[in-house]
Design a protein. Structure first.
Length: 85
């Protein structure tokens, strides 16, 4: 009986932890080098915290990358992940 509960708990924990891998990071860089002006806008209701010509990697030839934080989007992602687990 104890082994069945233990195995069930391990399976449940592994399913929950694997679901969290799908959760989006609250902050990320938008824009792709070398043409960083394409796709560098922050999503709606996600404030821009900083801009940089390198951001998270390769250097921009034109435009800049924008660092945006989407707390509501991340919270929604967590809630959806838990609800679907």
């Amino acid at each position: 009986m104890f082994n069945v509960r233990l195995v069930s708990c391990i399976i449940l924990i592994s399913l929950v932890l694997s679901s969290f891998a799908a959760i989006e990071a609250p902050c990320q860089w938008y824009g792709t080098a070398p043409l960083c002006f394409i796709g560098n806008s922050c999503p709606t209701n996600c404030p821009q915290l900083k801009s940089d010509n390198r951001g998270d990697g390769a250097r921009c030839w034109f435009g800049v990358k924008n660092y945006c934080c989407c707390a509501k989007k991340t919270i929604d992602s967590i809630i959806n992940t838990i609800a679907n687990a």
